[in-house]
Design a binder for this molecule. Structure first.
Ligand code: TRP
Ligand code: ZN
Length: 898
């Protein structure tokens, strides 16, 4: 029961190199679901760079130890215990063979070796390899692996592992084998095997240097018709990494395998990426435009890890952002290039806006709560809890800042030097920073604070125009404001903030930029100011008229900007800023400000009203045909309820919902004719196309439909939505229509049209698990009403025959959707949502601690809510804290209650 004891804290400062190194690993598997025998033969030697240890300590979990031999002779001084195996008094260099047994059939944690849909899969990051065999399961121990798989040929015709296939053949008793070799040294977390009844879409491509590569996307046979997009995304990823970073695929064969039971998105195992089906399978009937885009991004992400993560890996798990922040940055740039090439700034901006929206909604919230941690954390209890928005998304912003400071070419030089120095090594975030600094001849000592300080920086801006001198001064002040205690203790000093700025004249055009001390104005009308002190003033000269500042263009740093824009100024920026990101940003600021005022009123029962000027600003965007449909959709989408609630002094989800609904209805009714016109104009008749343009049309059209569903008289919207539902030839349109029907009927406690569509949807897609996930999610996130609270629908769906708590996608589709994506219903005053949450966290804890811990996090901001909700959440957290067993969930709830 060590799991229930006070958990051990692992600290970055305690890092010590391993006492032993493992140079080669030969693994033999006899794959049987309930009893898989693993024989592991390793070449081991003492690490010359570590202090002497007489015992060899290997990690192991949930393993049945069979025996050990050293240099071929039985070794008696091997003691198996709960955390692994201890070998007493080992020689300096030896060959060690360990035999052990595990039970993949009963492994519901989906970490280590497990069975899903009758096939075998592995998941080893971060610490799953120790559930397969005893090992030095840490990323700074790198070895070359040879893997022999043996299994029943009828049940497991396909046998895959990392690298190249050496041989395969028959064995007695209907069994067969395959032997794989990975020529590259790798840490154990990148090991993978797959065995089962799978088929592959195959393609052969030539890489940059002319070598032929075999690409495969492995799926269950009935899913073969949904693999084309993943394959195209893989081919595009290979091309992109060659052209943008000069990085070539280094294996003869690259495989992607889809599995429906998976804890996260996907995993970058060397040459054998394993993916959640959600990020592989797509055809127009089953996948939305968002799904198509996500698949491209995740395929890219895992492929790009081959260099940033695999060829150069992490010294320890505190360095996780070294690979994740960098690889997220690379996948974001890939998606932006795929949408807009290197130069179409407006098309690139839509990707940027989506990424920043996620960052602000999720990472800023994380930074404001008890789990706040720096991009490079100082300590953890369970490493799986640190695959976070901060490590991934803020980490990506930190990498992006190097590119903002040095330009694309400077960034590329830094990357080249990083690989030149560290290929084949396990390194740190400091090593990456030094490569970027040295390649660009810069001292980046101050920049280190982006890795060590938690919390979201705030930059407040003051401006002053001196008409007589034609000088415009911009004074920037940085700090963290009132941040969470977990963040405060990490904050030591000012950051180097690349602060991109433009100045806009009365006619809406950018003004020339000349800083004091410069001999002439620059050609570029955006300038990246290097803001390094707590307070700093930048003075522009030869400014002939008082400008309007466009601040933090393209979101050049992950900070909050405070500046007192008037509503008119924001409307002007929304209409004119040459930086497309900041055009969107102006609209969001305008909307956020109005919505927060309205939420404050709703909280105190004051009647709501919205100024006509705000409606007018939105009307201009809606009807501005010079803007791309994709951009208009983003600009017309109001900030999310979760984001708005987080901006309130005291989060009040009901008030936020009331305010946001009020504004949506007001915009719907006031602009009814425009929404209808946009709806008609942006239909995409004919065959489905997955291009950014077509998807932009669908996004705008479906946004119009969702606004029309808010009309006081929704009859017309219901007619349009029903017709769209029936006629749809793609999932984007079909699911948007269903969602509109559900929401249009919410106020009346449901409608015949909505129920019919729901039933039809289920029948139509009964055999498509990923679509049934959408069916659950749409119902869990729908609007509720007093007569029909969504919790009742959710509880009913928990008993639906298609519901299965053991499948993470299904659990997420119903439970997480309700607890994390339907705030107004989840935070019901009667505490019904919290009671449900507690039950489900406790149930999941016994099945899959990683998934349970994710769900546990949906209450972590409890202290920021209104008193009644706060009390209800605390009670639920205490209940969970008293019952859960896993280290994963304990860390989350204990930090929340501390
Ligand atoms: N390294 C993976 C990625 O970002 C994510 C990952 C970490 C993961 N741990 C996992 C995936 C556990 C599945 C299960 O690409
Ligand atoms: Zn990753």
């Amino acid at each position: 029961m060590a799991d229930t004891a006070t958990p051990n804290v692992i600290r970055r400062a305690d890092y010590a190199p391993p006492a032993f190194l493992i140079d080669t690993v030969a693994l033999e598997f006899d794959l049987i679901p309930e009893r898989t025998v693993v024989r592991n033969t390793m070449r081991v030697r003492r690490n010359p760079d570590a202090s002497h240890a007489s015992n060899f300590e290997l990690m192991g979990e949930q393993l049945e130890f069979v025996n050990a031999t050293i240099d071929g002779a039985p070794f008696a001084q091997a003691h198996a215990h709960e955390h692994g195996l201890t070998l007493d008094n080992v020689p300096d260099s030896f060959e060690l063979t360990l035999t052990s047994i595990c039970n993949p059939a009963e492994n519901t944690t989906l970490s280590g070796l497990y069975v899903s849909g009758g096939n075998f899969f592995t998941q080893c990051e971060a610490e799953g390899f120790r559930r397969i065999t005893y090992f030095l399961d840490r990323p700074d121990v790198m070895a070359t692996f040879t893997v022999t798989l043996r299994a029943s040929k009828a049940d497991y015709p396909v046998l895959l592992s990392n690298g190249n296939l050496l041989e395969e053949g028959e064995l007695p008793d209907g069994r067969h084998f395959a032997r794989w070799e990975d020529p590259f040294r790798k840490p154990s977390y990148l090991f993978a095997l797959v065995a089962g009844k799978l088929v592959a879409l195959e393609e052969r491509v030539k890489s940059g240097s002319g070598k032929e590569k075999l690409l495969q996307v492995w799926v269950e046979p009935h899913d073969l018709d949904k693999t084309r997009h993943a394959m195209d995304s893989l081919i595009n990823s290979i091309r992109w990494d060659e052209s943008r970073f000069g990085l070539e695929l280094d294996l003869d064969r690259f495989m992607i395998v889809a599995v429906s039971d998976f804890n996260m998105g996907a995993m970058e195992n060397k040459g054998l990426n394993i993916f959640n089906t959600k990020y592989v399978l797509a055809n127009p009937e089953t996948a939305t435009d968002t799904d198509f885009a996500n698949i491209e991004a995740v395929v890219g992400h895992e492929y790009f890890h081959n260099w940033t993560g695999n060829r150069v890996t992490c010294r320890d798990w505190f360095q996780l952002s070294l690979k994740e922040g960098l690889t997220v940055f690379r996948d974001q740039e890939f998606s932006a290039d795929m949408a807009g090439g290197a130069t179409d700034e407006a098309a690139r901006a839509t990707k940027r806006i989506e990424d920043v929206r996620v960052l602000r909604q999720m990472q800023f919230a994380e930074d404001a709560g008890p789990m706040a941690h720096p991009v490079r954390p100082e300590s953890y209890v369970e490493i799986n809890n640190f695959y976070t928005m901060t490590v991934y998304e803020k980490g990506s912003e930190v990498v992006r800042m190097y590119q903002t400071l040095f330009g694309r070419d400077g960034f590329r030089k830094g990357m080249d030097l990083y690989f030149k120095r560290h290929d084949g090594q396990a390194v740190t975030c400091d090593d990456f920073r030094h490569a970027l600094a040295d390649a660009n001849g810069r001292d980046l000592a101050q920049f280190e604070r982006w890795y060590s300080q938690a919390g979201t920086p705030r930059v407040s801006v003051r401006t002053q125009y001196d008409a007589a001198q034609q000088r415009y001064s911009v004074t920037l002040t940085q700090g963290y404001g009132d941040t969470a205690p977990a963040a405060r203790e990490t904050q030591k000093g000012p950051l180097l903030i690349p602060f991109a700025i433009g100045l806009i004249g009365k006619d809406g055009h950018d003004l020339a930029l000349q800083l004091e001390g410069e001999t002439r104005a620059s050609e570029a009308t955006t300038r990246v100011l290097e803001f390094t002190q707590t307070e700093q003033t930048f003075t522009f000269v030869n400014v002939a008229q008082e400008p309007l500042p466009s601040l933090l263009r393209n979101f050049s740093a992950p900070v909050i900007v405070e500046y007192d824009y008037s509503a008119d100024q924001l409307a002007f920026l929304l209409a004119h800023d040459s930086d497309p990101f900041n055009r969107w940003e102006a609209g969001q600021r305008l909307a956020t400000r109005e919505l927060l005022t309205l939420a404050g009123r709703a909280a105190t029962g004051v009647p709501l009203q919205l100024d006509d000027s705000v409606v007018a600003a939105f009307a201009r965007v809606l009807t501005d045909e010079t803007l791309s449909p994709a951009f208009r959709e983003l600009a017309l989408m109001l900030p999310s309820e979760a984001y708005l609630a987080e901006q309130m002094a005291e989060s009040n989800p009901a008030a936020v919902h009331a305010a946001r609904q009020f504004v949506r209805k007001r915009l719907a009714n006031a602009l009814r004719a425009d929404w209808l016109a946009v709806y008609e104009k942006h239909r995409t008749p004919g065959a489905y196309e997955a291009t950014p343009e077509a998807s932009g049309h669908r996004a705008l059209k479906n946004l119009a439909l969702s606004y029309l569903a808010e009309l006081d008289d929704p009859a017309e919207a219901v007619r349009l939505a029903s017709a769209q539902y029936d006629a749809a030839n793609n999932m984007t349109d079909r699911s948007a229509a269903l969602s509109a029907l559900l929401n249009a009927s919410a106020a009346n406690g449901g409608s015949v049209e909505a129920q019919q569509a729901l039933d039809d949807f289920y029948r139509r897609f009964e055999k498509e698990p990923l679509v049934i996930d959408k069916w659950f999610a749409l119902q869990a996130t729908q609007r509720g009403s007093a007569q029909r609270p969504v919790i009742e629908i959710v509880r009913k769906l928990m008993a639906h025959p298609a519901f299965n708590l053991k499948n993470p996608n299904r659990a997420r589709s119903l439970i997480f959707s309700f607890c994390a994506a339907n705030p107004a219903q989840f935070h019901a005053e009667d505490g019904s949502g919290y009671a449900f949450w507690a039950e489900q966290v406790i149930a999941l804890d016994a099945i899959n601690p990683q998934v349970a811990a994710r769900l546990a996090r949906s209450l972590e901001l409890w202290r920021r809510f209104t008193p009644t909700l706060r009390d209800g959440m605390r009670a639920a957290l205490e209940k969970v804290a008293s019952q859960v067993k896993s280290r994963d969930v304990r860390e989350i709830v204990e930090k929340a209650l501390a």
